[in-house]
Design a protein around this ligand. Sequence first.
Ligand code: TYM
Length: 331
Amino acid sequence: MENEKKKRILSGIQPTGIFTLGNYIGAIRNWEKMQEEFECAYFIADLHSLTVRQEPAKLRKQVLEAYALLLACGIDPKKSLVFIQSHVHAHTELSWILSGLTQFGELSRMTQFKDKSAKHADNVNAGLFTYPVLMAADILLYQADFVPVGADQKQHLEFTRDLAERFNSRYSPTFTVPDAYISESGARVMSLQDPTKKMSKSDENPNGFVSILDTPDVIMSKFKRAVTDSDTEVVYKEGKDGINNLMSIYSILAGKTIEETEAEFAGKGYGDFKMAVGEVVVESLRPIREEFDRLKGEKAYLEEMYTEGAKIATSISNRTLSKVKRKVGLI
Ligand code: TYM
């Protein structure tokens, strides 16, 4: 129906390092496509990245780069609301209010908290622990219907739904209960060096991940070195984690099904297949790299876009926050 209200989408990404092919396939690529059909809001989750020690000057640079990268990936600030989380005060304020409705036990069960505290054992800070509450605030402030994320964020989304339902039933209906939007394929792009681990920009081995700004030569060499198995056939089946991962990457970016990919590479070896995956990745990322190179010099334009984004985001989020404050009994 023409007058039907568009559903709302919200998602965020941390600015610590150039986005990976995993971020692109698992999240940003879907965000870009959703802009036509939905009312979308996307943001750089800079406050979330403070849960890991950051060097201030470097972080500042990374936040700006991340903003430019989102635009280079096709997120259009004329179609979507694109902002920087720390510019909008309501996120931390709602996060505090929601903390009072959150149990220690539920945060202790978060696998990301367990993983990150094992990885940064010398800095298991309170922010790392309450991270999902801030994430819930991010989502609930904008009354999002769907949150497009990779599979690793599923547990955080379930927690957000629980909190929304808890608040709504304790006070009165206030928050839209959001659904995670996790695509069937590509929701978990794996490391090229250890295909049992998700591809991550914090991987110590740079051959494990492809950054979306890697040059064609670097991309090709990472795919050439990608870990596979001792078999020879390009088929998708259990136990072939490396090949399965390469097949999903290829089929998503080439716009083919897994069966079509199997047929295309029937009788060909892993060497040819890896080259083909590398090439499709190079071609998919080329326009992004070119657009990023252009945009990163456009400082005034970027500043204008994120300042405008912050204004609109502040106005939307303040509406929800005022309601929440009233309902919980703050004057
Ligand atoms: P972050 O910055 O780790 O990742 C951004 C998005 O990329 C997805 N992703 C992947 N998808 C497939 N395969 C991979 N290997 C892969 N690696 C990352 C993530 O699932 C995510 O969708 N906590 C969030 C940021 C955040 C947020 C939010 C997201 C903060 N507030 C509110 C949604 C809504 C995070 O750290 O994402």
